[in-house]
Design a binder for this molecule. Structure first.
Ligand code: NAI
Length: 286
């Protein structure tokens, strides 16, 4: 039987989540995705109207199929957690069962089990503010959307993950080294995500024979990255200073993710794997 992957954080064809979906589909996995509720309508409409058909094309010529798209808001674990103003917000009102617990239940009802869990989402409402200017609310929101969301997803999906399965998330070097401009507590959120990768690798390894790794990716001009405001500068910086002076393609991150969740990486867990043209190794810009 082929493997089944649930990919949280796909809302267009530009980001790392899409590239990971494609790499997994190319390797024969069945793809199901979780899309942020406010982005769901436009994503499904675009899919249906063929707007992504060009980028759905796989190396063998076929188009990537997405078996099902689930609405998801990974900052809420259960319906009881959802505040009234969100419940009644018109972008959420027409949708149901989008908290993490409910999505895991829906996937269980529809598919029974999964083998691969991908977390490719982040959000920091104050990302453009320096840490010194960040509010408590902004900082906690960044951690909630970007770090705890992974803990919650793994917590709720682990019971339906087949032993031998794996999960992967996306992190950024701002967790370990100062990247001015990556603010709002996003650097803190990535540090938490990387530390949690180790602890969760232990816990999920022992509990369900599930591997947990994270990819520290180089800069990509995704929708989320453009919202931060300095992504072009980071891409240029990487091009000038990395050991490999070439564009970083989302597909390169996708391919590494496919490797890490495959049996080829069966002894790799708790790791931060850099997919950044080697930029992280440099101590001096030259
Ligand atoms: P993206 O915009 O394709 O993906 C982010 C996704 O998160 C979007 O689809 C958005 O709708 C979703 N999202 C936001 N809040 C959510 C919530 N509460 N519940 C569910 N979904 C939510 O952008 P990108 O850049 O591909 O981001 C994917 C991951 O890669 C993130 O973890 C990001 O931090 C990481 N990353 C990105 C880098 C870059 O330069 N683009 C570099 C290193 C890591």
């Amino acid at each position: 039987r082929g493997k089944r992957a649930f990919i949280a954080g796909v809302a267009d064809d530009n980001g790392y989540g899409w590239a990971i979906a494609k790499a997994l589909a190319a390797a024969g996995a069945e793809i199901i995705v979780g899309t942020w509720v406010p982005a769901l309508n436009i994503f499904e409409t675009s899919l249906r109207r063929g707007k992504f058909d060009g980028s759905r094309r796989l190396p063998n010529g076929s188009l990537m199929e997405i078996s099902k798209v689930y609405p998801l808001d990974a900052v809420y674990d259960t319906p009881e957690d959802v505040p009234e103003d969100v419940k009644t917000n018109k972008r959420y009102a027409g949708c149901s069962n989008w908290t993490v617990k409910e999505v895991a239940e829906s996937v269980k009802n529809d598919f029974g089990s999964i083998d691969i869990l991908v977390h490719s989402l982040a959000n920091g409402p104050e990302v453009t503010k320096s840490l010194l200017e960040t509010s408590r609310r902004g900082y906690l929101a960044a951690i909630s959307a970007s770090s705890y969301s992974f803990v919650s997803l793994l917590q709720h999906f682990l019971p339906i993950m087949n032993p031998g399965g794996a999960s992967i998330s996306l992190t950024y070097i701002a967790s370990e080294r100062t990247i001015p401009g990556y603010g709002g507590g996003m650097s803190s959120a990535k540090a938490a995500l990387e530390s949690d990768t180790k602890v969760l690798a232990f816990e999920a390894g022992r509990k369900g024979q599930i591997r947990v790794n994270t990819i520290s990716a180089g800069p990509l001009g995704s929708r989320a990255a453009k919202a931060i405001g300095f992504i072009e500068k980071m891409i240029d910086y990487s091009y000038s200073n990395a050991p490999l002076q070439k564009e970083l393609l989302a597909d390169e991150v996708g391919n590494t993710a496919a490797f890490l969740v495959s049996p080829l990486a069966s002894a790799v867990t708790g790791s931060v794997v850099y997919v950044d043209n080697g930029l992280n190794t440099m101590g001096l810009a030259v």
